[in-house]
Design a binder for this molecule. Structure first.
Ligand code: PLP
Length: 392
């Protein structure tokens, strides 16, 4: 099928939930993808910070196909070796004690809230304005953005929102019924909003003083994205619970709740569960992906390539009065404009560069962590041409 035929079938048979670009992707390799017409793109979106190991990584592909020939799925009422191996690996790299596997970001955030409520015996969760925690009803309630709540009826109660970056507001919002504070390390969908210096550390202290749990949503920031394995290392905190998803499976849907032992023990047999979560295929994909991140030093590469990309974006900003800010860590970078940036996204796609616009005025750069320096140079050259065109 060509692009038009695919778009026609989508229109006829699918619910129209996504604002899509008129591109039908077919295959990829590293930081490159090709559409069904054979056009090549540099992928600076990486499936929303999912493809940290790049597309079609041979080790991940081999792990998936080998596992698929053995056992794709079995119920969680049986043990599998691959599942416990992945659990050990994740606890080792994160220095958490226990993990629970699920399928998606929203689902592990829900699970984290459930765990916090079980552990504390309290109900309320403080989250941040402009946050994003997922699309289930409960996570829509947790998300601090009105646009996601319109027309979906009564949402689960117990979520209170305070401004991101204001630790005093969190302190003031805590009541005897507060179970946890849930926060993204860096607000991703909200526009790559970096927390002010010391903010997350202050939240950690406030939670400690008030016997409230800190849940860190690292769904977008995890697995080397920010130039550290986890953003908690960047901000030197140790939350009681961390949620992970996106890049964990290298593209295969798998997610996890990481928790400190005492908190994790609040889940007793039967308290929580899932049919697919942590199934053998997902665990094989995740174990291979995490091993690739470690063996190929992708965390270091993210830091190094991120510096190169960021410093060059800053130079472009200095020459362009419509660009207001360049921010982020590692290969989680955002450039803010004084205008909507969907046009830039479309122009970039025409020129063979995939970018994303979020929060209307922020372009997100989230390439695979093994993007090459040449590919970044190419990205910058396309981007700079577009900036020249729209400002002239
Ligand atoms: C993507 C994302 C989620 C939701 O993950 P899904 O897998 O789409 O449910 C939650 N939190 C953050 C910070 C995210 O970036």
């Amino acid at each position: 099928m060509n692009t038009q035929e695919i778009m026609d079938l989508e229109k006829e048979y699918m619910m129209h939930t996504f604002g899509r670009l008129p591109i039908a992707l077919n295959n990829g390799k590293g930081a490159l993808v090709w559409d069904v017409e054979g056009k090549e793109y540099i992928d600076c979106f990486a499936g929303i910070a999912v493809n940290n190991v790049g597309h079609a990584h041979p080790r991940v592909a081999a792990a998936i196909s080998k596992q698929a020939e053995k056992l794709i799925h079995c119920s969680n009422i049986y043990y599998t070796e691959i599942q416990v191996e992945l659990a050990r690996l994740l606890c080792e790299i994160s220095s958490y004690d226990k993990v629970f596997f699920a399928n998606s970001g929203a689902e592990v955030n829900e699970g984290a809230v459930k765990l916090a409520r079980k552990y504390t015996g309290k109900n309320d969760i403080i989250t941040m304005e402009n946050s994003f925690h997922g699309r289930t009803l409960s996570m829509v309630a947790a998300t601090g953005q009105h646009k996601y709540k319109e027309g979906v009826g009564i949402l689960p109660a117990g979520y209170k929102h305070v401004p991101f970056g204001d630790s005093e507001a969190v302190s003031d919002a805590i009541t005897p019924n507060t179970a946890a504070v849930m926060v993204e390390a860096i607000q991703g969908e909200g526009g790559v909003i970096v927390p002010p210096e010391g903010y997350l550390k202050e939240l950690e202290e406030i939670c400690e003083e008030n016997d409230v749990l800190l849940i860190l949503d690292e769904i977008q920031t995890g697995f080397g994205r920010t130039g550290e394995m986890f953003a908690s290392e960047l901000f030197k905190i140790k939350p009681h619970i961390t949620t992970i998803a996106k890049a964990l499976g290298g593209g295969y849907p798998i997610a996890g709740i990481l928790a400190q032992e005492e908190v994790a023990d609040a889940f007793k047999p039967g308290d929580h569960g899932t049919t697919f979560g942590g199934n053998p295929l997902g665990c094989a994909a995740a174990k291979a992906s995490v091993e690739v991140i470690i063996n190929e030093k992708l965390v270091e590469k993210s830091k190094e390539m991120g510096k190169y990309l960021k410093s060059n974006l800053k130079e472009l900003k200095d020459e362009n009065e419509n660009m207001l800010d360049v921010r982020g860590y590692g290969l989680m970078l955002g450039t803010e404009f004084n205008h909507e940036c969907t046009d830039i996204v479309n122009m970039a796609a025409n020129k063979g560069l995939l970018l994303n616009c979020t929060a209307e005025t922020v372009l997100r750069f989230l390439p695979p962590l093994n993007i090459t320096k040449e590919q970044i140079t190419q990205t910058l050259s396309i981007f700079s041409d577009i900036l020249d065109r729209i400002s002239s």
